[in-house]
Design a protein around this ligand. Structure first.
Ligand SMILES: [Zn+2]
Length: 323
């Protein structure tokens, strides 16, 4: 029977990787809910794994040495298209197409099995890797490369699509939190961008120059003009997924871009920990309206930075080396 409950049970019954959740999200993302080419669904799967595994460096399997084939393909395609440079926030169309083709019908990539081989049958508990078949939710043919929504599933999506999407995001986040210590997993997985506060903090930095020392760039040390001042996240935004005062320092726009989503060098981290301790010791009256932006405990405001650096490194973020 097709129902929101049944859908939840299928999606949440994961074992070692996130394939069923990736397929579920793709099924909900496709606009035309009739017969769709598998390769179109694959583009949505690739987009999910690009965000999770490439941008956020999340592990998608309970075993760190067994990277799921679909993730390997996305990493391979990223290397083909982007090279060793920093991955852009949005995956280029060419990358999506290349990886989608490879996870549908492997040809050039290191993968020797398709994403769909296991997951289409597994949806209904069939572990025999059928090439063609179906269940209450969809019929599929890997031979001909399509999937067709059942009318019941199409109308369930029509009426409860948003609930189903939230179901997938929560299941996926709770799966990932077992073996990732990346912050804000629910926001990352449910595609919610955090509220940005950079502009607001720029005023704070200007109001308290004796604490924030915005007259020189914290990354390169050269004089910094206020008009060229940008606030850099020492622990990359793509890891921390928020604008936290304890994580921000004034830098040149160019230094900030060049560092991109790498971690600040140890000396800058040390200096910032000292600065954060000064802010923490500043009486709330002196900080005025800004006192609300200081975290509620010393633990969370001063001691958290080195901890966050360690976690980001463990996740695979590299330390920036100035040119
Ligand atoms: Zn600089």
């Amino acid at each position: 029977m097709v129902s929101a409950d049944g859908f939840y049970r299928i999606v949440a019954r994961f074992r070692t990787n996130s394939y069923k959740m990736a397929l579920a999200r793709a099924l909900l993302a496709v606009e035309e809910r009739e017969r769709v080419p598998l390769v179109d669904l694959a583009e949505h799967v690739v987009a999910s794994y690009y965000r999770h595994a490439v941008l956020y460096r999340l592990q998608e399997s309970t075993n760190p040495r067994a990277v799921p084939v679909a993730v390997q393909v996305v990493q391979w395609a990223t290397k083909q298209v982007v090279g060793d440079g920093d991955p852009p926030r949005r995956p280029p169309a060419r990358l999506l197409r290349l990886a989608a083709r490879e996870i549908t019908e492997p040809q050039d990539s290191p993968a020797d099995q398709s994403f769909f081989r296991y997951v289409l049958g597994a949806w209904s508990g069939d572990t025999r890797y059928p090439r063609n078949g179906g269940n209450d939710y969809f019929a599929f043919s890997r031979d001909e490369g399509w999937l067709e929504y059942s009318p019941e599933f199409a109308s369930l999506i029509e009426s409860q699509g948003e609930t189903l999407k939230a179901t997938v995001a929560l299941s996926w986040a709770s799966f990932l939190e077992k073996f990732n210590d990346s912050p804000k997993l629910v926001s990352k997985v449910s595609l919610n961008r955090p509220t940005r506060r950079i502009r607001k903090f720029a005023d704070l930095f200007r109001d308290f120059p004796e604490v924030f020392e915005p007259d020189a760039c914290w990354l390169c040390g050269a004089p910094l003009d206020w008009n060229d001042c940008s606030l850099d996240h020492l622990v990359p935004f793509t890891f921390q997924y928020g604008d936290d005062l304890w994580n921000l320092v004034p830098t040149h726009g160019a230094c900030n871009s060049s560092k991109n989503d790498r971690i600040a060098p140890p000396a800058v981290i040390e200096r910032t920990i000292r600065r954060n301790a000064v802010i923490w010791d500043t009486p709330a009256e002196a900080l005025g309206r800004w006192s609300r932006d200081v975290a509620p405990s010393r633990d969370r405001f001063v001691d958290y930075l080195p901890e966050a650096v360690e976690k980001a490194q463990r996740a695979g973020f590299r330390v920036w080396q100035p040119a």
